[in-house]
Design a protein around this ligand. Structure first.
Ligand SMILES: [Zn+2]
Ligand SMILES: [Zn+2]
Length: 269
């Protein structure tokens, strides 16, 4: 049992970091740079959570930032909780105002991502992700045994719940708090941040989408950021975009502050 739980936790953290570092902070926002092989490492780990093509994910996410909490946002709970949770994810194709050829120009020519995108066919792209995802688990089964494979597959599906849940919970104002006044509903939710390797500091993220660091206050634990720092120490990450907000006032004196410009603008957001 301990073996199984350990395998699940390790798989959950690795695949989760694949999504938060690979899909999100790297591909969607280009908040730091790293060698291509390191980029592929994180992205392919994230791919094991059955979240579809990296190009599709990044394109939809950039559209979310561009149109946040407006009718053009692909998944704002303001316009329906079901759509924000699962509806947008199973929508078979890009909405008419979202075009990866325009909004993911920096990704579409990458041969690996282009293959996983399957020419923009939602169904084929997800089919390929299932084939690859289950084949990797078969390999894990052959090398490490069925417990490790089962733990990995369950961890993959658990990680899939992160963005589906976060899109709803972190855009309902009464469920969290704001560090920065913004014209959207994004909030920081501590328990989502724990489950989602730091991504639950969502109000911080919408204030500074180009920052590789999302936990802005000392107690806002951000595992993805700590991992990026470790990569920097190992010389695996550079050109890291970090916003350093001015020191925050004690809680009882805290006032909302207007977001300031990040040092480097995020890609196409
Ligand atoms: Zn958001
Ligand atoms: Zn983002």
């Amino acid at each position: 049992m301990i073996e199984f739980v350990s395998a699940f936790l390790i798989s959950y953290i690795l695949i989760g970091l694949g999504v938060t570092i690979g899909y999100h902070r790297l591909l969607s926002h280009r908040s730091f740079s790293c060698p291509k092989i390191v980029e592929y490492f994180w992205v392919m780990l994230g791919y094991l959570s059955f979240e579809g093509s990296p190009i599709w994910w990044a394109t939809m996410h950039r559209a979310h930032h561009r149109h946040v909490d407006t009718p053009l946002d692909p998944h704002s709970p303001k316009y329906g909780v079901w759509n924000a949770h699962v509806g947008w994810f199973i929508h078979k194709g890009y909405p008419s105002h979202i075009d990866p050829q325009v909004q993911a120009k920096d990704l579409i020519n990458d041969p690996l991502y282009a293959f996983l995108e399957q020419g923009g066919s939602w169904a084929r792209a997800h089919f390929v992700s299932y084939i690859i995802g289950w084949s990797v688990r078969l390999l894990i089964c052959l090398v490490f045994g069925w417990k490790a494979a089962l733990a990995s597959i369950l961890a993959g599906y658990a990680v899939l719940q992160i963005p589906l849940m976060l899109n709803v919970v972190c855009h309902i104002p009464k469920l969290g708090y704001k560090n920065y006044a913004r014209n959207d509903d994004s909030v920081n939710v501590w328990w989502v941040a724990l489950l989602a390797m730091g991504e639950g500091w969502h109000n911080n993220h919408h204030a500074y989408p180009g920052s590789a660091k999302m936990g802005m206050k000392p107690w806002e634990f951000d595992l993805s950021w700590l991992t990026i720092l470790l990569m920097k120490k190992l010389r695996l990450a550079h050109a890291i975009n970090v916003v350093s907000p001015k020191p925050l006032a004690p809680l009882w004196q805290m006032k909302f502050e207007r977001p300031r410009q990040a040092k480097i603008e995020p890609v196409d957001c």
